[in-house]
Design a protein around this ligand. Structure first.
Ligand code: PLP
Length: 395
């Protein structure tokens, strides 16, 4: 008998690459809309506000001023300077422009930093439930993902004993995200100190601090682990323009890290993207240096919606919901409905016309939860709450 061996066209590593379910649910919701169904979109993680006019004007001006060609791989000097100044002020640390790498969105910095720093077999601690790209890229480079469960009883903060037990000789990187996607949790000073203490007595362990929601915070001020004594050089700060300035489609983000790391990430940028869109970078300069009123207004509006969605969810049978401290997501506990996360999110999409994400889209510890974005109008949020309530009543 002849044995037919069919080799896969794809590299082995593709088998372990994950995804971001939000885009898949969006596609399903859009397909239902094409069939004439009305859907309320609470699945996608982006502000429903338009990019402020003065930022758009800066991009148009830059286009006509000739920012239409290649620019340095690590970013236009003007933007690197503006970022260095902004991060120095907000994190109360010294930052030089050479420590800034600009990228097409914040996401590529996650990919490139893990690619540049983590070897196969090394361990990376990361929040779970958490932004799914962390686990996906850790797996992709052949490293071992070590989940740090974020529990509702601890306000989605860290279990300190658990963290200490998970740090081994093989630990290469610890990823934290505050304010957090999907829980809206904010790490406490004690949480950050714990991570700083774990890293300070170890060589070659980096903290990757995803701070893309740092400006979307409802109580108190954002605190970065990079501000802790001795931590600046051990930390890669991730931030960007997508969430703060409602610029998700512009693809503009950045990492702040010590120079040797910045050079390696820049080399990866040269190998992958060449550089980030030039006129978008000039809009970034205006975003950071221009008026910040739009950010304040957006956060004030999110705060109002947070009250509505949290109290609405808490009045639905089988659902309980904590008030998130930052970002624009709620992460309600749905165990009282008797349904699994995936099952309930499918049910809500198909039956109630409300697109939400199952907690499990953010890792195994997200079972028993849903993620709803409140980056949608009050009218749509109320409509979604009514629909969810009715659909659950008829279960
Ligand atoms: C925690 C977190 N990090 C990074 C990103 C990526 O941001 P960007 O759109 O700028 O690539 C997101 C986007 O949803 C996020 O939630």
């Amino acid at each position: 008998m002849q044995v037919i061996w069919v080799a896969s066209i794809f590299a082995e590593r593709m088998k372990v690459l994950g995804t971001e379910t939000a885009f898949e649910v969006l596609a399903k919701a859009k397909a239902l809309e094409r069939q004439g169904k009305n859907i309320v979109h609470l699945e996608i993680g982006e502000p429903d506000f338009d990019t402020p006019k003065h930022i758009k004007d800066a991009a148009v001006k830059a286009l006509y001023a000739g920012y239409t060609h290649y620019v340095p791989a690590a970013g236009i000097q003007e933007l690197r300077e503006a970022i260095a100044e902004d991060v120095a002020k907000s994190r109360k640390i010294e930052v030089s422009p050479e420590e800034v790498v600009v990228a097409p969105g914040a996401k590529p910095i996650i990919f490139l930093a893990i690619l540049a720093c983590v070897n196969p077999g090394e361990e990376v601690l990361y929040p779970n439930p958490g932004f799914p790209i962390y686990e996906s890229v850790i797996n992709f480079v052949g490293a071992k993902p070590v989940p740090l469960p974020l529990e509702e009883e601890k306000d989605f903060g860290l279990d300190h004993e658990y963290v200490k037990e998970r740090i081994t000789k093989k630990t290469k990187m610890i990823i934290i995200n505050s304010p957090e996607n999907p829980t809206g949790g904010v790490l406490t000073r004690e949480d950050l100190k714990l991570i700083a203490d774990c890293v300070s007595d170890r060589d070659n362990v980096l903290v990757f601090s995803d701070e893309v929601y740092s400006r979307i915070i409802y109580e108190g001020e954002h605190e970065s682990i990079a501000s802790f004594p001795g931590m600046k050089d051990e930390t890669i700060i991730l931030d960007g323009f997508s969430k703060t300035y409602a610029m998700t489609g512009w693809r503009l983000g950045y990492g702040v890290m010590r120079k040797d790391l910045a050079q390696k990430i820049t080399q990866l940028m040269i190998n992958s993207n060449s550089c980030t869109c030039a006129f978008a970078q000039m809009a970034g300069v205006e975003a950071l240096k221009g008026p910040q009123d739009s950010v304040k207004e957006m956060v004030a509006e999110f705060k109002k919606r947070r009250e509505i969605i949290v109290s609405g969810l808490n009045s639905i049978k089988g659902i309980t919901c904590k008030k998130p401290c930052g970002a624009f997501y709620v992460f309600p506990n749905i165990t009282g409905t008797g349904m699994k996360s995936q099952e309930l999110s499918d049910y809500l999409l198909n039956k109630a016309g409300v697109a939400v994400l199952p907690g499990t889209a953010f890792g195994a510890y997200g079972e028993g939860y849903l993620r709803l974005s409140f980056a949608n109008s009050v009218e749509n949020i109320k409509k979604a709450l009514n629909r969810i309530s009715e659909a659950i009543e008829t279960l």
